[in-house]
Design a protein around this ligand. Sequence first.
Ligand code: DX5
Ligand code: ZN
Length: 217
Amino acid sequence: MTTRINPSILAADFVNLQAELARIATADLVHVDVMDNHFVPNLTFGPQMVGRIQDVSPIPLDVHLMISDVDRWAPGYAELGAYSVTFHAEATDEPVALARRLRAIGARAGIALKPGTDAEPYLELLSEFDQVLVMTVEPGFGGQSFMHETMPKLRSVADAVRAAGLDVWLQVDGGISTDTIGIAAEAGADTFVAGSAVFGADVPAERIAALRDLAAS
Ligand code: DX5
Ligand code: ZN
């Protein structure tokens, strides 16, 4: 199984982003957290900033939209060239229609589930998505503790993907560290977002390598 490590630049130095991106050049994708102070009680940046990150990043962008009114905003992130665009299931009534729009533009389409959101209604729709993000913290802030209670949900999605014979990436985000990545990998995740664990390291490339090894073992 392929393991992907996606550092979250939420934990990076925002005024030195280009240098911070160079520090994580060995990662698979760069995870970009867009927050609107409405869907979550925190605010980061929007399409203009993400477009500049896209221009200068040596690795593809994995955009995580923690915003409302996602039907209006998500396609714009695909149009600026993001490799994947993940929106929250809780933020739209038309997840399949939105995923189809993202795919038509050329992005991978992802659907994210907050810790309290049941995966069951989405299990029959998995072929419409390229990746599912099972949040392992409440979205909004970096540096929170991994919620072990989300693992049964991750397992249920992993089982459904396997049963359907699909190639859907299973992503986890929140509290992923050298202590917790093995737990999420064992439950079926293959794509790991890590913010503070990577940018809090003296040498992020070494931490990325350590996380990759632990996820694969
Ligand atoms: C939280 C964000 C995460 C965040 C993870 O809402 O979606 O991507 O950056 O941060 P850590 O890895 O520090 O928990
Ligand atoms: Zn995120």
